[in-house]
Design a protein around this ligand. Structure first.
Ligand SMILES: [Fe+2]
Length: 384
């Protein structure tokens, strides 16, 4: 997160003595990525964050691959993923490779009895339906439909929902998730041509500090195993912190579309980047306004990337029979384009209400068993 943020109390000088009113030292922790080279925060715990009571269990949670290699375009009916009470159990990986796991989740209950940490991956949660609060040791973020939540690897969190009806599109990224570099200046500030700016971010707030002893479970995901670890203190014992490495939110509704006289390519919709994939937001916008423009996209060969589109809302002009929660996968190596009729149908239209999230991966995706359960099986012939 390329802006500085701080909450609570911390010493005037880093790495110096910082004591409570009884003279007991707080425990400083550097929370950083890419060794000591990436973004980091300094947090101050009441108790040592290193105290482990026990490793209670290890559970295999790696995605089950059904198809390693495929050249078929696919349509997955995302809302047919089962609703499951528990947040972690509800997460069903559908499209994966060594760079990222794309999952769907329809959790019904808040996390109350344990905490969670992904040790391997930054998590991007796109909240399609539902609202609530992301709670972390360094503050909370309230979320609502349309919010992206970016949670850096290693962040301990709990997610609390306001109701049972929740639908989340989730990406776990094994490299850090950043905003596009071309929109940031030398100092990291988002520039004037960026479709969003720092003011749009939802930053952690309301730091709550708990000095509680007992049995606290943190479920830690690492290399396809979920470890249930027992800690003697409440993990939200941070009295203050500052730095650059922290979770944040961004509403897709705050993305200001870039439009033109003729069709603008997908990079104008880009919202996030990693070294292995990009995330784009397709938002309601004016269509192209050249008198002879064709608003529907041209056929295109994404020769060296797989394209995943998650349809959120509105009428997606380039497709037929697309519903909320549907996902299309257009694999690299073959062209795809507007559905039959969509090219002509788009001419003369002036505005689109479409809302969708696109993930373009630089390496091919594998299809999981859970994906096959919601695969319509015939989409690859839909251009005939
Ligand atoms: Fe495409």
């Amino acid at each position: 997160m390329p802006i500085y943020h701080k909450l609570g109390e911390f010493p005037a000088k880093r790495h110096t003595q910082f004591r409570n009113t009884e003279g007991i030292l707080y425990n400083e922790e550097l929370f950083g990525t890419i060794g000591f080279d990436g973004m980091s925060s300094l947090m101050y715990h009441i108790h040592r964050p290193t105290m482990v009571k026990e490793v209670l269990s290890e559970t295999e949670v790696a995605p089950k691959i059904a198809i390693e290699k495929s050249i078929k375009s696919r349509l997955l009916k995302g809302f047919e993923i089962d609703s499951v009470d528990d947040f972690l159990d509800s997460r069903k990986a559908i499209l994966v490779n060594n760079d990222l796991h794309i999952s769907l989740a329809a959790p019904c209950q808040s996390m109350k009895t344990y905490f969670y940490k992904n040790a391997d991956a930054d998590e991007l949660l796109f909240v399609h339906k539902g609202s609530g609060t992301l709670k972390t040791p360094i503050g909370s973020i309230k979320f609502e439909p349309g919010d992206y939540l970016i949670i850096p690897r290693g962040t301990i969190y709990q997610i609390h929902f306001n109701s049972k009806e929740n639908k989340i599109f989730l990406v776990e990224s094994f490299s850090p998730i950043y905003t596009p570099k071309r929109y940031r200046n030398y100092f990291g500030q988002l520039q004037e041509h960026s479709p969003f700016c720092e003011r749009d971010y939802k930053l952690p707030e309301n730091l709550e500090t708990y000095d509680l002893q007992g049995d606290f479970i943190i479920k830690i995901k690492k290399e396809g195993i979920l470890y249930e670890m027992l800690y003697p203190n409440h993990p939200f014992d941070v009295i203050g912190w500052d730095g650059y490495n922290f979770p944040y939110g961004f509403s897709i509704h705050n993305f200001e579309p870039i439009t033109g006289r003729i069709h603008q390519p997908p990079p104008v919709h880009q919202t996030f980047e990693t070294k292995a994939f990009v995330v784009c937001s397709f938002c309601p916008r004016m269509y192209d306004y050249h008198p002879l423009s064709i608003p529907a996209p041209y056929n295109h060969s994404n020769i060296d990337s797989d394209e995943v589109i998650y349809y959120v809302d509105g009428d997606f002009m380039s497709r037929n029979n697309i519903e909320q929660g549907h996902i299309t996968l257009h694999p690299g190596g073959i062209p795809h384009g507007p559905a039959p009729g969509a090219y002509e149908r788009s001419i003369g239209q002036t505005f689109t209400q479409e809302l969708a999230v696109m993930v373009d991966t630089f390496r091919p995706l594998k299809i999981t068993e859970d994906a096959l359960k919601i695969d319509d099986g015939k989409y690859f012939k839909s251009w005939l």
